[in-house]
Design a protein around this ligand. Structure first.
Ligand SMILES: [Zn+2]
Length: 349
């Protein structure tokens, strides 16, 4: 008996309720398959550079891909120009495989083997994708009850070559057994803000406690008027939000018994920062999967973590299809040199 006959025979034995569950599951699978094939051919109806609709077909490129020319800005392009995957010699199926491995947290070694690319290419692809996800956060505004709190990650200078012209090791390497957490102010600050039942923003702001300039970078135009921001008792946050008459700030104690670090955080009715603290915990766990992330690329991992947090909540969203479609969209391209030349510690302000 064929596999298909077996499935059909088993289905005949199900009761109506069970059949309903199975049919919904099949419809869901069908939707994913259809979505997958959709991203293989990108519909081009506007200029990839200036978005003008005045475009005409303009021959084929050397790989046989349709080229277009824009009458507005004069640029010539294909369906993937100005995207993460432009100027690569691999087809969309290799990128599809890569995206799947990336979302599974696979190592560069595994990506290299499965996609038949070098480890260096696997590294560059990873960071081109994660870099592009920054744009997804740029216009993300938060409203209602917004929890905001930062978390700190030890600085790692991994990936900065000691012989590089524009990098000198700023301190002696840590010896094994020394606790880098004790080095107050020498850790990278990751700000996370979360809209109750809604979207999340996260970014590396720089080194040490956030300054007003860093907070401006994070929150100017991000918090919608009439929102309520909840944070711990950080003085910087208080000073920053005191500028706004139309945003309320509620500050809670990080520990109900200030001298006991093990006591729970303060809660005032519906006001607490437990969601954002849970996000911090999940982020630390996520990072551990990468065995020591260089501070130079820390923000890229924040981008990926936040992107997954935001998109996994959307009903009927297939993360692989969503990410593949994102990296083929225009204006997500970055040069390899831009990725390799990032500063050892991100500076936003
Ligand atoms: Zn154009």
């Amino acid at each position: 008996m064929s596999r298909l006959d077996t499935v059909i025979n088993q289905a005949k034995r199900l009761n109506p309720d069970e059949l309903k569950v199975v049919s919904e599951e099949i419809l869901h699978i069908l939707k994913l398959v259809n979505n997958d094939s959709k991203t293989t051919t990108v519909v081009v109806n506007s200029c990839r550079r200036c978005e003008s609709k005045n475009i005409v077909k303009f021959g084929k490129d050397k790989n046989g891909k349709q080229r277009y020319k824009c009458s507005n800005c004069g640029s010539t392009f294909t369906e993937t120009s100005y995207s993460v995957i432009s100027n690569t010699h691999c087809d969309i199926n290799t990128w599809r495989k890569y995206v799947e491995l990336l979302l599974n947290g696979s190592s560069l070694q595994k990506c290299s083997e499965e996609c038949k690319i070098s480890v260096r290419t696997a590294f560059i692809w990873r960071h081109k994708i994660l870099n592009a996800l920054q744009k997804d956060q740029e216009n993300r505004a938060l409203s209602g009850i917004v929890e905001a709190d930062e978390t700190f990650i030890s600085i790692s200078y991994k990936g900065n070559h000691k012989n590089s012209k524009n990098f000198t090791m700023p301190r002696a390497p840590y010896r094994r057994g020394t606790d880098s957490r004790a080095q107050t102010g020498s850790r990278a600050c990751v700000m996370v803000a979360h809209e109750r039942n809604g979207q999340t923003y996260g970014e590396v702001l720089g080194k040490g406690q956030p300054t007003i300039a860093m907070l401006s970078h994070a929150f100017d135009n991000r918090i919608i008027p009439d929102s309520i921001v909840i944070s711990d008792k950080a003085i910087g946050i208080k000073n920053y939000f005191s500028r706004f008459d139309n945003i309320d700030l509620i500050q809670l104690m990080a520990h109900v018994r200030p001298k006991s670090m093990s006591s729970p955080p303060e809660v005032k009715g519906i006001y607490h920062i437990q969601n954002v603290n849970n996000l911090h915990n999940r982020f630390h766990r996520f990072l551990r999967g990468y065995n020591g992330v260089s501070t130079k690329y820390l923000n890229h991992y924040v981008n990926l973590f936040i992107w997954i947090e935001n998109y996994k909540k959307i009903e009927n969203t297939n993360l692989k299809t969503e990410l593949l479609s994102y990296i083929t969209s225009s204006n997500t391209h970055a040069k390899t040199s831009d990725i390799l030349d990032l500063p050892a510690i991100p500076v936003v302000a």
